[in-house]
Design a protein around this ligand. Structure first.
Ligand SMILES: [Zn+2]
Length: 411
């Protein structure tokens, strides 16, 4: 079945969604806020109008499905960061809605299930909805997570009328694959003039807290040779780690310090303590291991040089998510069917697809972001790109449905 997607109808829905929590040219729809819930109820209404079986589950996931026994999941999120953009997440959900609408109207053996996954952005807990869908939800333990205003997730679910509602779960018998269309949120596609990014991996992330401990002393009277300066050690550490990481030629790797802390934090006192986070990402666990080793080597060298103590503790660890090669090929072929230029690339940002990749064949596509800007009200993409994303995703659904129908394994 060739899906007769209607780009104008998709764009109209995307703009209608952007009116919920509008801030200038962007939106503010923090997960489970009143306006976020209003947008979710609007989405349920749009799904029902399309003839889908729609509901909101116990963590706020919006689920709309066709009646088929086997379904392709198409998802993303409609929550945003504070003062965020109108396309981050929304694009994938609304493309899914448009495709499901066509599948519902046109028939076929394979159905579609559209997901707006709750709290991708981590207002309470990052990837809350996709993790609950894939891995389950423990209301008691996970409900204790709090937002910046101090409200707990349990309280928010209660306020939103969701407490006690069942949480939807992945069903390997019914769910064939997970697809997500998303804006790139970076500059690569635009700079290279490519229309569609074919995502191969979502980078893994590690963050260590590195601390140097020296001795506070007078900055005027203590000879340089007798100081135990924690800040000096940290600065040398940071510069040398950066240099060492640059030698990781070829592999995709990015690293960041971003925040410095020192005590007692006075310009006339030698620091007794200095610490910083070191956060790094790569598409290869082996590279993350290498950087981990460099952190230790460089911290030890700096500590030795400045006669201070050092320690490092792991604060965050997110494994690399490998998207499915066969399903990814289908998305790339779908783009080629439509004469869209493509680039295989990793995603440097986290996405709901990460939660699904461990459980069923998962693929993602990117469309270009204007100026590479995202998590900002200035976030935008050309209308032609939005439509291109919809068309390629629909074509991928056609291809995957056909493969599933003829009994070929899609992964
Ligand atoms: Zn997103």
């Amino acid at each position: 079945v060739q899906l007769a997607v209607d780009p104008q109808r998709m764009l109209a829905d995307l703009r209608a969604l952007a009116a919920f929590g509008q801030v200038d040219t962007g939106v503010d729809r923090r997960a489970l806020s009143d306006i976020d819930m209003e947008a979710r109820r609007w989405l349920v209404g749009r799904m029902e109008a399309a003839g889908l079986d729609a509901r909101i589950d116990g963590v706020g996931n919006v689920i709309g499905k066709t009646a088929h026994a086997r379904r392709i999941l198409i998802g993303s999120h409609t929550d945003t960061v504070p003062n965020g953009g109108w396309l981050d997440g929304a694009l994938g959900v609304i493309c899914g809605l448009e495709i499901a609408r066509c599948v519902q109207a046109q028939g076929g053996d394979v159905g579609v299930e559209v997901l707006s996954l709750s709290d991708e952005e981590g207002h309470f807990s990052a990837l809350l909805g996709s993790r609950a869908f894939c891995d389950g939800f423990n209301a008691e333990a996970q409900g204790r997570a709090r937002n910046a205003a101090g409200e707990s997730l349990s309280e928010a679910l209660d306020r939103s009328g969701l407490a006690g509602t069942a949480v939807a779960r992945l069903d390997p018998q019914a769910h064939i694959a997970y697809l997500e269309a998303h804006i790139e949120q970076g500059p690569v596609l635009e700079v290279r003039g490519v229309e569609i990014g074919i995502v191969t991996h979502i980078v893994g992330l590690r963050e260590y807290r590195v601390t140097f401990t020296g001795e506070a002393n007078h900055a005027g009277t203590t000879p340089m040779s007798m100081r135990r300066d924690a800040s000096a050690a940290l600065l040398h550490f940071g510069a040398r780690l950066d240099q060492a990481c640059r030698a990781l030629n070829g592999a995709y790797a990015v690293w960041n310090i971003g925040r410095l802390h020192s005590e007692p934090a006075a310009s006339n006192v030698v620091s007794s303590l200095a610490s910083c986070p070191v956060q790094f990402r790569s598409t290869e666990e082996g590279v993350l291991d290498q950087i981990t080793a460099m952190v230790a080597t460089q911290a030890a060298a700096a500590a030795d040089e400045f006669d201070v103590q050092w320690s490092a503790s792991l604060a965050v660890q997110v494994p690399v998510a490998n998207l499915d090669p066969a399903l990814t090929d289908q998305v790339e072929l779908a783009a080629q069917d439509l004469q869209a230029s493509t680039l295989r690339m990793p995603s440097g940002a986290g996405h709901d697809a990460m939660a699904f990749a461990a459980h069923l064949p998962t693929a993602m596509l990117f469309i270009p972001s204007e100026g590479g800007v995202s998590h900002s009200t200035a976030e935008n993409s050309a209308e032609a790109s939005l439509v291109q994303g919809l068309n390629v995703l629909a074509r991928a659904v056609e291809r995957i449905s056909r493969a599933a129908q003829t009994g070929r394994t899609i992964a």
